[in-house]
Design a protein around this ligand. Sequence first.
Ligand SMILES: [Zn+2]
Length: 104
Amino acid sequence: MKRWLMDILACPVSDCRSELQLEVYTSHNVDAEGEDVEEIDEALITCPKCERWYPVIDGIACMLPDGLRMDGKQRKEETAFLERWKERIAPEIKESGVPFGLVS
Ligand SMILES: [Zn+2]
């Protein structure tokens, strides 16, 4: 995802819709019609209001409703994301993140 996308993204939870915070873990620059644009590969998006977190995995911001994150393939991918970046992710998220954290 492009970094500027953060300017228009809001928390998808219907009674929240807050502005979001971004912590970039990996990114690369691409040339977009002569302009250098930052393409984010992996990052953590957090909502300061409802305290949810959302991952950016492989350049895609995964901002699904809780119900679709809790199990199956999505849960597996998002848990792997938390594992991958656990050294950099805040302890609150790992311990009691919304909708889930890293259960040790
Ligand atoms: Zn929110």
